[in-house]
Write a new protein. Structure first.
Lengths: 405, 347
């Protein structure tokens, strides 16, 4: 009698120990994660020439506040640490080193700017800390074999450039194209895609003008582009310069078919300062629902976003796409972290980020989903074209992808 | 530490034959060793070593400007340009010619001395504000020149140059950041020692005489033009070495590292530290690194700590600190501390 009971007790204890063991074995953490906390780092241009993008960082911060108020991610609160880098790569390096080495974040999220992210690209991959969903569409972020710790989010600039080029060839009669671009890899990426899309018609580009981020204005470039006799204008600029370019073109009476890159397609931060009159008919590619577009007035995502803005980011500009962008991209990260469950190692986070299968993310234009795989580090690869009319961008046409890739 | 040794260059300390006279050198050796020991014990992180190195680097740059403006009376708003020349000389030599990092320091020094000397020639004709404007133009022009398309194969254009880490030699058990800290510290001690000796010489007295009264100086036989141009060269040399060290410890240079704001930062560092004081250079260097880089984070922290209902602008603290400092200590922090010390002693 005694023996079986003892065996039973022992078996029970063993079973208990085993389950306890397996439960604790499931919880795995790297630096920056624990039972109660997930630390996430970020740099954003809150000051300087690209400070219009600072809204994105503030939105992310507000979004995590909302997440924490609602109980966190799998019970863990998010600590979001963000620093100003003024869109200057050297400062990004310093701040990111601080985030990784001193603040000990689990991952770096949404660092903004092509030059800034290029400057930390090697460092992040040497340190094996995820550089997730960077806020730039340069095509270099999708190279999982060389840089397994870096991933983009938005449609890459090459794809977008190809789409504009094809639209021009199909819709503009006898196009003579002028290009204004920021002189860095961001500008070059767009231009390369654009030329690729034009193919044998690349000679339709009659003039390319460049500007530096530190420049005060782009007025003289716009005058030069007008004088080239171009009837089509591809505008590769960040918000401040985009507004200047649109305004100046209208002032001097230049009315080309105007294609504006997506990174400046914000009504609040670009079209309004440029003057709504000046921007009529401008074309851009969109993948995020524009908050000013009346067709989303009763949309569930948009209602939720409006509620979020009122409660967590009351100072934010509800006419700008940047807070909408921040909302969508942070939702994507939250989804990844949720899926990572209790295994919050950097490796598992990259694994989860690379196995999103047609995931629906709030505020993305219908028909556009987030998809990744271990060989595909480009989460969003489709856009729809939209045209500025009145005081808002209106979507038209089908969902477009760059079938070349 | 460096500051005190240079401040106390008075004859009273120099009792010959006594170990006492070496006390500052002793302290100067002990300090980095203590810090390294702290690093080994995990008290000082690699990131903090980088921060310390940057403070020292900016101190050398500020020292360059203090020599020129504080002791020779020539105003420069363009020292960021020489900083850039030094940084790019080092980076290009490492990246394209495969030089070891230490060999690039003399090269950067020479390049900047020549650049500074040549710039000093036309600067002779310009006084006060005009010189300030001319140097300012230099600061604005240099980032643009670095982006110039035809030299892009060398400078790598706007995206900048990534340099590789220089590991500690002889298999020393140090991290790269600790090793670079030691190098930067040693270079700084050497540069400050040279500066003190320069000022403490016949040449130094001539330089100061030119600052105080150029005409009187020339009456006494000082070749004003030669001293001024050479001083411009030496000043640029100091700042250039700082630039080279910056590039090396940062492992990255780009034109945007050297926007004209850097020149302003160096000038502000010099004025805040104490424009005619060698210890002031150290304070100025710390100020440039801490306040300039962290004003934003500090503003945030303070507004969070006192639960301010309104959102503060990122640079608010920086501005307020500057205004308060200029009112409270018009001679810079070094000057202010000395004045305060005298008052306490006097009463």
């Amino acid at each position: 009698m005694r023996l079986p009971r003892l065996t039973l007790a022992m078996a029970g204890a063993l079973a208990l120990a085993l389950t306890a063991n397996s439960a604790s074995a499931q919880k795995k953490y790297d630096e920056g994660a624990s039972d109660t906390e997930i630390r996430i780092g970020n740099t954003n241009p809150y000051s300087g020439p690209a400070s219009a993008y600072g809204q994105i960082g503030k939105t992310i911060e507000a979004f995590f506040k909302k997440v924490n108020d609602e109980g966190g991610i799998n019970g863990r609160k998010v600590t979001f640490i963000t620093y100003d880098d003024g869109y200057a790569p050297p400062k990004t390096i310093e701040m990111v080193r601080k985030l990784v080495e001193e603040d000990k974040v689990l991952l770096v999220f949404q660092t903004l700017g092509t030059p800034s992210n290029t400057a930390i690209h090697k460092y992040m991959n040497a340190k094996k800390v995820p550089q997730l969903f960077v806020a730039t569409g340069a095509s270099v972020w999708g190279k999982p074999t060389e840089f397994p710790w870096t991933m983009g989010w938005q449609p890459d600039y090459v794809t977008e450039g190809v789409i504009y080029a094809k639209h021009i060839l199909a819709n503009v009669k006898d196009p003579k194209i002028a290009v204004l671009m920021q002189n860095d890899d961001y500008g070059r990426d767009y231009l390369n895609g654009f030329k690729k899309g034009l193919g044998k018609d690349a000679d339709k580009i009659v003039q390319v003008a460049t500007y530096e981020v530190a420049d005060p204005t782009v007025d003289s470039q716009i005058i030069a582009l007008k004088n080239s006799g171009a009837n089509t204008f591809f505008n590769i600029t960040t918000p401040k310069f985009a507004a200047q370019a649109i305004k100046k073109a209208a002032e001097i009476g230049w009315k080309p078919a105007h294609y504006l890159n997506n990174v400046s397609s914000s009504v609040g931060a670009v079209m309004k300062p440029a003057g709504f009159e000046s921007g009529q008919g401008i074309l851009t590619a969109a993948y995020i629902k524009d908050p000013t577009d009346s067709q989303w007035a009763k949309d569930a995502d948009m209602t939720a976003w409006n509620g979020f803005m009122d409660k967590y980011y009351p100072g934010g500009d509800k006419k700008s796409t940047f807070p909408a962008y921040g909302y969508a991209v942070t939702s994507t990260l939250v989804e990844v972290l949720k899926r990572a469950g209790d295994n919050l190692t950097r490796e598992n986070i990259m694994k989860q980020a690379a196995s999103l299968k047609a995931v629906e993310i709030p505020l993305l234009v219908p028909g556009i989903k987030v998809s990744t795989s271990p060989t595909d580090f480009y989460p969003i690869q489709s856009v729809r074209l939209s045209r500025f009319k009145g005081e808002t961008f209106e979507l038209f046409g089908d969902v477009l992808s760059n079938e070349a890739d | 530490m460096t500051s005190t040794v240079l401040a106390s260059g008075t004859a009273a300390d120099r009792s010959p034959g006594s170990l006492w006279r070496y006390r500052w050198w002793f302290l100067l050796t002990l300090l980095p060793l203590l810090l390294i020991a702290g690093g080994k014990a995990g008290l000082v992180s690699n990131f903090q070593f980088l921060q310390l190195s940057l403070m020292i680097v900016y101190s050398i740059a500020v020292l360059g400007l203090i020599l020129l403006t504080g002791f020779n009376g020539q105003i420069s708003l363009g020292h960021g340009a020489f900083f850039a020349v030094g940084a790019y000389t080092a980076a290009v030599l490492i990246d394209q010619a495969g030089w070891p990092f230490w060999a690039t320091l003399p090269a950067a020094a020479l390049a900047c001395f020549i650049a500074g000397y040549l710039f000093g020639l036309p600067a002779l004709r310009l006084e006060g504000h005009y010189l300030a404007l001319a140097t300012f133009a230099l600061a604005v022009a240099v980032p643009q020149i670095l982006k110039y398309r035809h030299i892009e194969p060398v400078t790598k254009g706007v995206m900048g140059i990534n340099i590789f880490k220089s590991d500690p030699p002889f298999g020393l058990p140090l991290s790269t950041d600790q090793w670079m800290f030691l190098v930067v510290f040693a270079v700084a001690v050497l540069m400050f020692w040279l500066a003190r000796n320069l000022l403490d010489s016949r040449t130094g007295r001539a330089l100061i005489a030119i600052r105080d009264h150029p005409m009187a100086a020339s009456t006494m036989g000082v070749n004003v033009a030669r001293y001024k141009t050479v001083m411009f060269g030496i000043s640029a040399l100091y700042t250039g070495i700082a630039g080279a060290l910056h590039g090396i410890i940062f492992e990255f240079v780009s034109p945007d590292s050297f926007r004209f704001e850097l020149s302003i930062a160096i000038l502000v560092g010099a004025v805040v530290g104490g424009i005619a004081s060698l210890p002031g250079a150290v304070i100025g260097g710390v100020f440039v690194q801490v306040i300039e880089k962290y004003a934003d984070a500090l503003t945030k922290k303070i507004s969070a700590a006192v639960h301010l209902p309104l959102e503060l602008e990122p640079w608010l603290i920086y501005g307020v600190a500057l205004i308060v400092l200029m009112y409270a200590m018009p001679m810079g922090i070094a000057g202010g501390v000395v004045a305060l010390w005298r008052r306490l002693k006097g009463s």
